[in-house]
Structures are given as structure tokens and as C-alpha cells.
Ligand binder design. Sequence first.
Ligand code: SF4
Ligand code: SF4
Ligand code: FES
Length: 915
Amino acid sequence: MATIHIDGKEYEVDGADNLLQACLSLGLDVPYFCWHPSLGSVGSCRQCAVKQFKDKDDTRGRLVMSCMTGIQDDSYISIEDDEAVKFRASIVEFLMRNHPHDCPVCAEGGHCHLQDMTVMTGHSKRRYRQEKRTHQNQYLGPFVKHEMNRCIACYRCVRFYKDYAGGTDLGVYGAHDNVYFGRAKDGVLESEFSGNLTEVCPTGVFTDKTHGDHYTRKWDLQFAPSICQGCSSGCNTSPGERYGEVRRIENRYNGQVNQYFLCDRGRFGYGYVNNADRPRLALLRDANAEDVDITLSVDSALDRTADRLKRARRVIGIGSPRASLESNFALRELVGAENFSTGIEAGELERLHLMQRMLRESGLPTPSQREIEHHDAVIVLGEDLTQTAARIALSLRQTARGGAVELAGEYKIPEWNAAAIDNYAQGYKHPVFMATVTETKLDDIARDTYHGSPEEIARFGFGIAAALDESAPSVGDLDDDVQRQVADIVDVLKNAKRPLIIAGESLRSNAVLKAAFNIAKAFKSAGLNGSLTLVPSEANSMGLAMLGGESLDWAIKEFARQDADAAVVLENDLYRRLPAKRVDEALDNLDTLLVVDHTPTPTCLRADIVLPAATFAEGDGTLVSQEGRAQRFFQVYDPSYYRPDDQTHEAWRWLHALHTTIEDRKVDWTQLDQVTQEVANAVPALAAIVDAAPNASFRIKGQKIARSPHRSSGRTAMRANLSVVEPRQPQDKDSMLAFSMEGYNGTHEPRQQIPFAWSPGWNSPQAWNKFQDEVGGSLRAGDPGIRLIEPDTDSDSRGLGYFSDIPSAFQLYHDRWQVVPLYHLHGSEETSSRSKPVQERIPDAYIALGAADVETLGLDRASKVRVRVGKHELLLPLRISSRLRRGVIGIPRGFENIPVDIFGEWARLEQEVRA
Ligand code: SF4
Ligand code: SF4
Ligand code: FES
């Protein structure tokens, strides 16, 4: 800590910060552009100038860039000094010289950092009368819009895109005062993190194109604190709504999880919420009338469904890892625990249970996304993280960059001094080792890569564990080359202060998980201060495994054996999990199939009755992320406000109402908190979820928290097409949030649940500064969510020992290829794939073959390959991989028309067709 004096007042600040960070952390306003809490300082914009004095007697002082000036104990600073004020005003005037001043038509207007800083510096008159420099804009794909004339040349975009996120297709071109930020030529931005440009850019050069089609100013949007449901990373989001549509998603700051950044699936994959084909009314499919759907009133839907379920011999409930804990629990209560299936395929469920045991019994901590960044050696076993848990991949990039920070730190270069670190360290990185089936987008930061089949990756991992700790089971027959690679990696790991092992579900391999566990255990045995990260596949996979229940295979067998004649399926498309034929045959045996979902999935289209469920935007609930963090998402808007006949409700509400219709229940859940409490009471492992967020009675100064900014306009006219009388706003019994703008939206009282970032004078996402304990740190009220899984640090004496079921070496055949799943951020996930802008980014399905196999088979790039796996036959265009090993083919998983049961199987490539 250090003592500094700013404009006559004494403050205690963190001596490791720069002056700008210190001022912002104290709540003092200093304008800035090029500095960003996650990107550090380069001192290029000159906007953050303040006066620094030699001592208390110095009256002249000198101007310094606060972002480039370290803290000196007992120093004297002035933000309000005349010269500093004039200097900052002149800088913004220069920066605005070529700016088009097109705020009224700019999508950034109203949440623009440039607007905020211009107002803050007092620049209000334009004196420049000459011609402005202009640029051509580029087509950058369906997500990001480009308007280069608004650029102030702060360089944040390239620093984020290239240095932070590892992108290669955005750059800066030109010289001195005529620089251009874009691609070498028009084209889709390739980075999985391109959407962050819309928040990183302090002006309107990069804006959200998906929002542009139904644009609303920030102050007119209604928000709620939400959780992304695109993967298991658990990123915090801030969805904005108007007229009953989600109109955009912005990042919501959580200092332990996503911090300032989301991936493009999370940011742009919301369109399915607005799709016109969603079920909005309860439907009865009348088989006698050629499957005509009859819409039902809520009462009639409940009565008729209850009637059918009462008549059933046995009802099985099928839950879902994309539904909340509360909805899954309500289903379990409805059908009874003995009739409840998690809706997860048996192999995956087994691996999820294994993961949970491993997280508890490895004795090692599971790091948050931010904590991942503070390791100094990482080995990734099997996961293509950029495609399966993208935000974790972004953290891993910062882990690697931590090498440069540490190296520079030895020479007293502070962590915030990004330019000096990069100059000094010249790209030095902490070691990251990638063992994957094919090339990945993290290979550029990897010190070494290993490519093999899933079993080979497992063997590689087992080999590392055995080399770290000789009591771990060894792999007898590793190739000499692989043994050398293992030895090199182990040398590095042994010298690391904080090594991390990451594995996950994507290869569907128990062996890979077990190998990762052996490495984690070997870290502990070798006395290393290691950590373990395991990545399940879906937003609530972890939570559902903790809730418990049978596999989907079990349920399907019960139907096939006719041991149950009715099913209630919750937010789950069974065809994405098990072979279509098995699902068809099983569902054919049912008298009643009830589906509660928000998406017209193939399962939903087979249902006898459909009850319209809420998405994340219309309902609340709790999810558990990959690190075991329970987090609550909250309803953004009430759809019935705009469409009075809309019957969308949280699935738990439907299921509970059904339950009370069938039998007179003693419990009567009218509020989310009651359900959450019941889950906590019933499942000890989930007991802490009640603390994932404050309950509905939480108030600040007697008020609920407002969902909309206080400048929100047009409310009285919003429903004028229905009635000119403005009805009372919907009342939210389930949360501490109020619909519309009434309620608390200040920054003085600490709160975790922040629907949108705003503070007086701070309309852009930079306003998060005002909610943090120190800029870029944690929220003052603590970061949202609660950890449910803590490692048993004394696990050596009990629990899981080393695994010894090491798979045998890969068998190469001349006429058969093992099918491994490949993943795509856009295309492999169910709901985001229904969003139109995302659909533009989904590649066509393909078969990937290693270059050696392509040569042996005499294929060329223009080939289509006929793939036979069991009874499936696919004709797919060829992609040549430089890394896939011989005898293995890769096919994207989760894509339309790609069967679910081909992965891990052996394929014959029987025919080649030249396109
Ligand atoms: S495009 Fe935006 S982020 Fe990039 S230099 Fe210009 S103003 Fe800065
Ligand atoms: S990493 Fe996963 S949770 Fe985070 S924004 Fe992307 S899809 Fe959503
Ligand atoms: S913010 Fe300090 S020079 Fe740009």
C-alpha cells in the first residue's frame, strides 16, 4: 500500500497500480481511452494526463500520463489542475477532429465511452473546419459492423484481438494520422471472440450487427443479470430486451469468471429466443385429426395433461442439462425420484459422476477462470477448448502471457505496463502443452503439441503421471519419441510453481479423464501446488449430475420394455443424445409424450402435449458451471406483458402446477426461492445454492433493483397497439429485481446482481469500474455465485487411487478409420445453432482426414468421401488436417444430419466422388 495525495486529499492505494488505476479504484473520474483493465497501458492516447508534483511544496508540477505512471509513496497529484484539465480537453478535441459526430445514427450512442469522455473533459464546441479524413468500411461477417470513420486510433481493438485473444486477421494499416483498423480485405472476422470488439472499442467503429436489425438505445432496454447457457463455462451476461424480444447480449462483469469478455456463441447466439416458431401456447396434438395442433388454455392444458398422466401406468420424467436445477427438481418431484432420468446419455453421465469424484478427491483445487490465468504451466488433455469452452481458452491465453509478465516482473516492470512487458519479454510464454486429436486454435501458444486418437491421448497422459510419480501406473509400450516428449514435459511441470491439468467430456473418453486425474494426483504426490479443471459439455451438466437421476438410456429401455407408458420430457431433444431409431422405437410405445420446452425440437414435434417453457430470458433459475459454481439467472422480461395470450412460463412452474393438479400437494410453490430452498433441502450437495444470489426479499434502501436505466422512455406507448391504457408493470415475485426503471440503480450500495453497467457519467461498459472493489478486481459486494465443490485436501488416505486401466496402443487398419468428434463454436451447440446470425457461421459438415491418409487414399481437396459407420452412410466433403493421425477421421459433432452414434465407432471409407 502507499499513501498519495490527490487534489489535497490523502488516500491509501495499492502501490502496484498505476495512477489511473488508483484514481479509478478510489472512484475519482479520470478520462482514458487506450488503457483497459485487462489490456494494461501503452500510453498512446494521452487522454489520462494528470499533474504530478515533486512534493507538497512544488506548485508547478508536470503533466504525466496517469496510466503510465507508477504509484510513489507520499506523492502529490492533481486531476483538477488547470493545465491538466486544458491538456485533456485539447486531446479529446484532437481525437474528435476527424470523428463524424454521427451520434444520433451511431449504434454506440448512449453507451459510448467516447461520448462519456468527451462530456467528462468538457469538450463541447467543434473548432476544426477542414475536411475530415474518411475511410471505407468493411464487411466483417454477420456479427460485427464496421464504421471506421469513428475511430480515434486508441489501438485497443488490435491489442485485444491479436495480443489478448490470439486473432490473426485484424490489424492496423497506414501511417501517422491516417491509420486503418480492420482486415487486409473484406471478410468474416475469424476469431471466436470477435464480439468483444464491440465493448473494447471505446467508440462506434465495431458495433453489434445482430442488434442493428432491431436496434434500441441502451437506456431503453430492459436487462437482467443472466448466465450464458452456451457451454459449461458459466459466463455472466447482461441481455437487453425491448418489445418482448432479446435485442442484444453484453458482458456482465464477474471478477472470478468471465471478467470483461464473452465468446461469440454467448454474445450472438441469443436469436433462438426470438424465433417465430417457438411454442408460445400449450398444444394438444390430435392424432385423430391428422396431427392438427389444438391450442389450449392454461387450465385446460393442465387438466387434460393431468388427466392423461393420472391414467398412465407409470410416468417417467426426462430432465435436461440445459434446464435449471429448479425445473429438473420440479420434474423429479412430479414423477418421483425412482422415475427420474437426467436425460443424459449413460456414458456421459458416468463420466460426469467420475468428474465430480475427481474434483473432490484429487485433493487439488479447481480454479476459476481468473485463477486459471495465474498458473505457470498447463497441460490440456483432449479438449479443443476454443470450440468447447471458449472463455476458458481465452483465460489460457493469459496464462501463457503470464510468462512475459513474470519475466518482466523480475526487472521491476509492473504488470500494468503492457508495452514494456511485450518489448522486454519478446513473446516469452508460460508453457502450455496441448494433447488433442487435431490442430486447435491454442496451438500457437503451445510450447509442444501431441496429436493422437483419444486412447493415445489418454496413454500420453498416463505416461506423464507415471513420469511425475513413479508409484503411478506406467505405460509399458510408449514409443521412444513419445517417451522423450513426455520426459520433456515432465521436466517443465516439475519446475512449475503452479501447474494445471485440463481435460473434459468432449472426446467422450473415460480413459482421458482418468489420465488427467492421475496427472493431478501425481502433482500432489510430487509436492507440486497444482490444480485440476474438468469441462463438462453443457450449461448445467454439473448441476444435474449433482441432483442425481438415471441415464437417458435407462429411460429409453423402460419405454422399449413397455414398463412405462407416459413420459414428461423437460427442455431436452432426445434425438441429439441417442440414435434416432432407438428413440423412435421407444417413444412409439408411449401413450402420452408431454414435452415442456421453449424450442421446437424433433422431440417436441413428436409430443402429444407441448407446454411452452421459458428460455433464460423469460425465467429464473440456477445453473452449476464447470468449476462447480452455482449461479442464478434472472428473468429479463415478462412475455405476457406484450402478448397477453402468451403462456410461456418457467418449466418448474408448469410442472409444479401439473403436480398440484394431479394430486393435492402440501407444498405450494409460488416463488423461485421456495423451489431453490426445496432443492437445497433435498440434495445435500446442492445445499449452498440458496446463497448463489440474494433472495427475492433483498432490497437496497427499501427498493428493488431496477431492470431498466432511469432514462428509459416510451413505456406508456409500448403496448399502445393493444390498449392506450398503460397497465401496471408486471410484478416480480421471484427476484429482487423490478421490471422497468423503478428501483435502485446506483453504485454506492454494493450489490452483486447488476442488470446493466451504468453510473452517472459512465454509460458504456467501462462503468463496471464503479462497481468494483478495485478496478479490474472483484465486485464490491463479492463476485456472484457460490462454489459447491471444494477439494478434499486430505484425500490421500481415502477416495480415488491411481487409475490403472490404461488403454492399449492404437490399432491401425488399412480399411477402417476411428471416428472422433470435432467441435465448432458455431454449430455444435443446440440452441445457438437456431440463431440466424450464428447459422451464417456454421460450416457445412465435413470429414477431416490426416494428410497421410489422404495421400494413401489418393484423395484431393475437391473430394467428397462416402463414410459408412454401422448402418449410417454419409457423403461428406473432405477437409485435410495436417495433424490428424493415420487411421482416424474427424466429423463435427452436434451438426444437423450427423448421427449421434458414429463417434468412437469404426468407419469404412468406401467411395470417393470427385466434386
Ligand atoms: S477501431 Fe476503436 S478500438 Fe480500434 S483504434 Fe479505433 S477507436 Fe480504438
Ligand atoms: S464460453 Fe460458454 S458460457 Fe462463456 S460466453 Fe461462450 S458459450 Fe457462453
Ligand atoms: S489512457 Fe493513458 S495514455 Fe491512453
